[in-house]
Structures are given as structure tokens and as C-alpha cells.
Design a protein around this ligand. Structure first.
Ligand code: URA
Length: 235
């Protein structure tokens, strides 16, 4: 049970003060009754709430899957550059959204955007080793030796990568499917460049057990379902 002003503030992403004003003006109904007392308590998950006859849903946090296009950066403040937050549709924008994890400006694909710091932490935590799957188009083919090196864990000058899996897509050794379990800066590009191979195109297609929704065009996004949110963390 939660105070009505808190539920309204959270659901509409407005201040507590503005929520109290809405309630006092009689614009909020809960379970078919106009409620004017901001202190009255309701079950935030089951109460039927309306503001000006428009249904309100209690979402403590939101989880958005975006098919990131090229040319936008995965940050909440681009300092002049366009970010994944800037290109969210207006009705999905709310305070405190940030991308959970990084993709390079020229990398496309699955970007999770949320305001849930805890989930982000658990996805990104090196301890949890959530696998992330990428398709990389290369300027030259890789071979079975490189597959073995990926499996052993490639050593950069400053760090050693965890074992990664590498396979050819459709038998084409210039198109690689790579699964990594950590998120070092430019990791996949650096892993290939270790063998003097350049990544020409990079797309993330999966996080944890959750696939990028192929019906999303570049720049499009949609909310994740509860099942999908747990699937992300479920290795
Ligand atoms: N590895 C990279 O090199 N770039 C990305 O954007 C993600 C993983």
C-alpha cells in the first residue's frame, strides 16, 4: 500500500507537489471514486487509477528495447551529440532514463534503456557475466585458429578477455557471430584487431537470453514485458 500522491507522482513522473495539486483539484479517481486526500493509501499494483478520465499505470521503472541506429551515442548527455535518449519518442521520455551499457556510435542493435539502476548494475556487473551476442562484418575472414584464441580468452596489453565464442554465420567467415561476457571498451573491435582484422559493421542482437525484436527498425523502440525483463538477467 502506498500514498496516492506518491503513486501519482511515480506513475506520471511528476513532483509530489504537482501530484498533490492534481488530487486536490479532484482530477484523480481511484477505483471509480474521486479521491481528494493525497494521504489515502492504495495498492499501487492493483488500484484502477485515472487522471482526467485517462488510465494511469503504476510503473516504478521502465525498460525499453531500442534498435540503436548508427550515429547516436549511448549516453544520457551527449554534450552536443545526439544520444539514444534524445531519439526516444516523446511519450516514452521520462526523468532519469539512461542506457544500460554502451555501444559505440557506429554500432547498431539492442540497446536497453531504463531508469532502474539496480537492474543495470546486475546486467553490467562483470561478476554476472551476462552474455551479449553480436554480428560483426569483417574486412577479411577469420579462421579456426582465431576461434580457439577467442575461446581461450584474448590478452590485450592492459587486460585479459574472458573466453568468448566465435562462429561463422551461414558458413561465411567474414560474418561473425560473437558472444562476449563482459563489456570492455571497443572489446569486439579490439579482439579482431588483435588478428589484424577490422570490424566493418557491428550489431548487437541479444542480451542475456533476450533477442532483439527484429520487427523494430533502426531507431525504433518498445517497452519490455515483465517476462522479458527477467529473461535479460537469466543467463
Ligand atoms: N564491442 C565493440 O567493439 N563495440 C561495441 O559497440 C560493442 C562491443
Amino acid at each position: 500500500m502506498e500514498r496516492l500522491d506518491k503513486i501519482i507522482a511515480t506513475s506520471l513522473q511528476i513532483s509530489r507537489k504537482d501530484a498533490i495539486t492534481l488530487i486536490k483539484k479532484g482530477r484523480i479517481t481511484a477505483n471509480n471514486k474521486t479521491i481528494k486526500d493525497p494521504k489515502e493509501k492504495f495498492d499501487e499494483n492493483s488500484a484502477e487509477l485515472f487522471c482526467d478520465n485517462k488510465r494511469i499505470y503504476y510503473n516504478k521503472y521502465v525498460y525499453i528495447m531500442m534498435n540503436k541506429p548508427k550515429g547516436v551515442i549511448s549516453a544520457s548527455n551527449g554534450k552536443g551529440e545526439k544520444t539514444v535518449i534524445d531519439i526516444l519518442p516523446n511519450d516514452m521520455k521520462r526523468k532519469n532514463l539512461f542506457p544500460a551499457g554502451r555501444l559505440d556510435k557506429d554500432t547498431t542493435g539492442f540497446m536497453l534503456i531504463t531508469d532502474d539502476g539496480e537492474l543495470t548494475h546486475s546486467i553490467l556487473s562483470p561478476k554476472n557475466h551476462i552474455p551479449k551476442t553480436y554480428i560483426a562484418k569483417l574486412d577479411k575472414p577469420f579462421d579456426d585458429e582465431i576461434i580457439k584464441e577467442f575461446e581461450k580468452g584474448i590478452e590485450f596489453k592492459d587486460a585479459k578477455c574472458l573466453p568468448a565464442t566465435l562462429e561463422a554465420v551461414g558458413g561465411d567467415y567474414q560474418v561473425a557471430k560473437v558472444v562476449i561476457r563482459q563489456g570492455m571498451y571497443h572489446q569486439i573491435k579490439r579482439m579482431f584487431s588483435h588478428f589484424s582484422i577490422n570490424v566493418v559493421e557491428l550489431k548487437r542482437i541479444k542480451m542475456g537470453a533476450l533477442d532483439l525484436d527484429e520487427s523494430l527498425k533502426y531507431g525504433e523502440c518498445r517497452y519490455l514485458t515483465k517476462e522479458e525483463i527477467s529473461a535479460i538477467c537469466d543467463k
